[in-house]
Ligand binder design. Sequence first.
Ligand code: COD
Ligand code: ATP
Length: 199
Amino acid sequence: MYKIIGLTGGIASGKSTISKMIEQLGFTVLDADIASRKVIEPGEEAYTKVKEAFGEHIFNEDGTLNRAELGNVIFNNEEKRLLLNSIMHPAVRKWMNDRQEEAFKRGEKVVFQDIPLLFEGNMQKSFDHTILVYVEADVQLQRLMERNNFSKEEALARIRSQMPLSEKLALADEVINNNGTEEESKQQLLNILKKLELL
Ligand SMILES: CC(C)(COP(=O)(O)OP(=O)(O)OC[C@H]1O[C@@H](n2cnc3c(N)ncnc32)[C@H](O)[C@@H]1O)[C@@H](O)C(=O)NCCC(=O)NCCS
Ligand SMILES: Nc1ncnc2c1ncn2[C@@H]1O[C@H](COP(=O)(O)OP(=O)(O)OP(=O)(O)O)[C@@H](O)[C@H]1O
């Protein structure tokens, strides 16, 4: 039987950190943030649609997407964020599902999908299990400001565009509390994978 595991969290909660650990154990992890970069390369369908919807100013001179500029627009304007989501998310889902098919055809039995907005998109039914990478709100804010060099306002605008992690706790099948060290989180991950009989 094939298994699909959803890995989720919030911005800067530690999904990529946990994803790397999962990959080191030999599993395939498909990353929705990588997908969202692929589907907006020049020539792709979403590229044309985003250009029509948002205009030339969110693109660099070489034609690539100016991610900081588009981020400034959508994290401060809910209507525009939902418009971008409506263009991007179907393309991201297709990219992820195509890669998942390839993995299963290669003979893999388990695929992880790292999707920040899994619960916002009410996608939990598409997964055999969901794992939430959780951190306290103050840790999330601190790590996001440090990693991206954001002001408090910039970081909060991004955090507030997502469902609070405290609400995601009630929706997840399994939780990794990533407030502590990476080693502590790794131990929790191993326990979950053993419980799910994936190790
Ligand atoms: C706005 C964009 C250009 C900003 O790019 P940037 O390189 O600064 O950020 P990156 O893509 O690495 O995303 C970082 C994090 O921001 C959060 N985030 C991104 N998009 C959204 C969104 N639409 N709503 C809420 N949070 C979001 C996620 O937690 C994500 O992990 C980019 O995030 C984007 O294209 N977003 C729309 C697609 C999307 O929803 N992606 C999220 C996963 S499907
Ligand atoms: N247990 C930990 N202890 C200290 N720092 C951590 C820990 N886990 C992650 N970090 C740091 O916190 C930041 C956010 O982690 P990471 O990039 O893995 O989050 P993410 O959920 O993938 O973020 P995003 O969705 O925004 O890309 C990074 O700078 C990472 O190095």
